[in-house]
Design a protein around this ligand. Structure first.
Ligand SMILES: *Cc1c(COP(=O)(O)O)cnc(C)c1O
Length: 401
């Protein structure tokens, strides 16, 4: 095969347009994954293939047993940090969910989900052959999940199948409205029926304090590239000892001819998971993450400030529960929609006006409502974001109180 000149040029010139030093990127999924400077160095250092496998112990050849670099210690610290007994790094939050669904439920079983669950929670359930029941939310404008609904959904499953659901999942903070769910209440309700609880902490662990033991959950899953200043793909799976016994069960297969066995390998993890640079970025950022979660209340303060300031534009209204408890903000902005109807660039005007002011990450074309995340922005960046929206509003004759 010979690659065309055009292909070569495009493959070899892979500069990133929206890097952190050029733009303020407020895309909700981007804020918590910005690398620490230590992680950026680790990425270069450990970029080659199986770079961390040089010192894999021959008696127990497994990623979590490696001590140079200190992966074994890191997994212990990770478990402690999340208030759980065991932790593993997998490729993504969604993979962590799939692993848990596959190992703690059987095809045909039910899993209870909140109705703000991420699409990957549904896909993980589907891939594991599970059926779902959704716990409703209050709808416009708060979209608050009614956690008491976990009890009625479990009752429904009991009536339908004669046994409780295999699992319940609660999204700690959802991707749509940035609402915080009362996970400890969910755990209490589900445990009364003997149903284990999975906490999806993709938007919380790594940016805010999350302690699975204190919340009473059985499993915590999270996303390294979303919330742990780590590059993709990295996911976190943390378990109580009891769950770990099932989820991390070793392989028992034996070759019929060779009689080969692999009893040291954890089956659902297919032996080893993230064996290179992404894991090293997660580890290199860990001290930074341990420190930054202590500053969470200031991050929430920034979010509340932005909401208060943007609601000064007539018609702008924050969706989801008020006041904000998280930095992911969803605004309803009928005023910008009105502008888009008479603008030659239609819905794209807002995106383009923001980009001219150094801000990206709000979905191009959206003006009726949109979401963004202010996590990790400095106060001066936060103020620039507010100024930009006010400036755009004034340019188009909207009223700013
Ligand atoms: C972003 C997100 C995910 C996906 O995380 P991956 O690590 O990319 O799989 C899952 N659940 C929720 C609630 C999310 O916000």
């Amino acid at each position: 095969m010979v690659l065309s000149k055009d292909r070569l040029r495009r493959y070899l010139n892979v500069k990133r347009e929206y890097s952190e030093d050029k733009y303020i990127n407020v895309n909700p999924i981007q804020r918590g994954g910005v690398l620490s400077k230590e992680a950026r160095l680790a990425l270069l250092e450990w970029g080659d293939g199986y770079s961390i496998c040089d010192f894999c112990p021959p008696q127990t050849p497994r990623l979590d047993k490696i001590t140079r670099p200190p992966i074994r210690d890191f997994y212990q610290d990770l478990a402690e940090f999340l208030g759980m007994d065991e932790a593993r790094v997998v490729t993504r939050c969604r993979e962590a969910k799939l692993i848990v669904f596959m190992t703690l439920a059987k095809p045909g079983d039910y899993v209870i989900l909140d109705s703000l669950a991420h699409y990957t929670s549904y896909l993980a359930a589907e891939a594991a052959g599970l059926k779902v029941k959704e716990v409703p939310n209050s709808g416009y404008p708060e979209f608050k999940v009614d956690v008491e609904g976990y009890a009625s959904k479990i009752e429904e499953v009991l009536k339908e199948t004669g046994r409780p659901p295999a699992l319940a999942l609660i999204t700690h903070v959802d991707y749509m409205y940035g609402n915080f769910a009362d996970a400890s209440r969910v755990a209490k309700i589900c445990h009364d029926y003997g149903v284990p609880v999975v906490l999806n902490a993709a938007y919380t662990a790594g940016v805010s304090p999350v302690n699975g033991r204190a919340l009473g959950v059985d499993v915590v899953v999270s996303s390294g590239h979303k919330s742990w200043a780590s590059c993709a793909p990295t996911g976190i799976l943390a378990l109580t000892q009891e769950m770990a016994k099932e989820v991390l069960r070793p392989s028992s297969i034996e070759g019929d001819l060779t009689k080969r066995r692999f009893a040291v390998k954890e089956l659902a993890l297919l032996g080893c998971t993230v064996m290179g640079a992404p894991l090293m970025t997660l580890m290199a950022s860990f001290p930074h993450v341990v420190e930054r979660i202590e500053r969470w209340s200031e991050e929430v303060e920034k979010a509340r400030f932005v909401v208060e300031q943007l609601e000064r534009i007539k018609g702008v209204k924050q969706l989801g529960v008020k006041p904000k408890m998280h930095t992911l903000i969803h605004l309803e902005t009928p005023c910008f929609y009105e502008v888009s109807k008479r603008h030659k660039r239609r819905g794209f005007f807002l995106y383009e006006e923001l980009r001219e002011r150094g801000i990206v990450g709000i979905q191009p074309g959206l003006t009726k409502h949109f979401k963004f995340n202010v996590y990790g922005l400095s106060w001066s960046q936060v103020k620039h974001l507010v100024w930009s929206f006010h400036d755009i509003a004034e340019k188009y004759g909207l009223e700013v109180a």
